[in-house]
Ligand binder design. Structure first.
Ligand code: CO
Length: 303
């Protein structure tokens, strides 16, 4: 009995932690029977920060393809949360959707259930903002959807970390020599819980392969710390790869750019030759499947 109570208590604690995000999206209970509910039209929105570089399709494309294959009857949309990026793309004649616009289209299609799949690496500021957008839409439109499922970001559990690392290791180029290091660049968060996820990914990377490291832009794992770790084990050459869904602006400039403060050049300065590999996580086989699993979990656990 005591054991059970302990379990209940820790479950309550977990629920409390999960419930601490800024915006809560509460799925409205439906009066329909489960069978009808399962048959009612499903809309899926894949939500990413977005990129104005042409790396977007390369990374988001395979994820969208995997999602469409898993849910062939669903109406699928892709949405970018960054207004700046959507404006830049619009100026290039490329039309993209905001979360609001994607939901509006699905409402007009008379979709009753909507699954929102986050294409973020970790729960952080961007994910929280996405929840706020969805919440606002449901409130302002007087709850047009009977069900809203939230597919969590790529890294939610230790199992996700290990699946992602296995995928990344299997994807290493043949030219990587056993003595070469690999340094990944994640997008840290200066506040909030995002960095805790990156610290965990970094630790697991080291456990799988002591020559693999994770640093972040704008966050906990600064270049200085990572470069010292690389040097301390005598690594002379590193492969540089983004731990971001898209090899976009940060990867192109902060990781591999020609400015003196890019990681490539800062490694060169300390005598470590750096080989950038501009490949977003979305391009790595196995990664889209993790997103599909999160989407399935979100949809299925509600039934
Ligand atoms: Co940034």
């Amino acid at each position: 009995m005591k054991k059970n109570m302990g379990w209940v208590n820790s479950f309550a604690l977990i629920s409390l932690l999960v419930a601490s995000s800024v915006c809560q999206v509460v799925a409205m209970p439906s009066s329909e029977t489960k069978t009808t509910e399962k048959k009612s039209p499903l809309g899926i929105v894949l939500v990413a920060f977005g990129t104005s570089t042409d790396a977007g399709e390369r990374a988001y494309g395979p994820i969208e393809k995997a999602v469409r294959a898993a849910y062939p009857g669903a109406s699928v949309r892709r949405a970018y949360t960054s207004n700046i990026i959507r404006k830049k793309l619009a100026a290039q004649g490329k039309k993209t959707l905001s979360v609001d616009e994607a939901l509006d289209q699905l409402q007009k299609e008379k979709v009753s259930r909507v699954a929102i799949q986050s294409l973020h690496v970790a729960v952080g500021a961007e994910f929280e903002e996405m929840l706020c957008d969805i919440n606002r839409f449901q409130t302002e439109r007087k709850k047009p959807f009977t069900q809203i499922y939230i597919g969590r970001p790529l890294i939610e559990s230790r199992q996700d970390i290990n699946s992602a690392i296995r995928a990344l290791r299997a994807d290493m180029p043949a030219e990587r020599k056993p003595e070469d290091g690999v340094v990944f660049m994640g997008h840290g968060n200066n506040s909030g819980q995002g960095d805790t996820t990156y610290l965990a990914i970094g630790a697991e990377l080291q456990r799988h392969d002591p020559k693999m490291f994770l640093g972040t832009v704008e966050g906990a794992l600064e270049f200085g710390e990572i470069s010292r770790a690389v040097q301390s084990v005598g690594i002379k050459r590193v492969w540089l790869q983004p731990m971001m869904i898209v090899a976009g602006d940060h990867a192109i400039n902060d990781l591999a750019g020609d400015e003196p403060d890019s990681w490539k050049n800062m490694f060169a300065k300390i005598g470590v030759s750096a080989q950038p590999r501009l490949r977003g996580l979305g391009e790595v086989p196995g990664i889209p499947d993790i997103f599909v699993k999160h989407l399935q979990k979100a949809i299925e656990k509600s039934h």
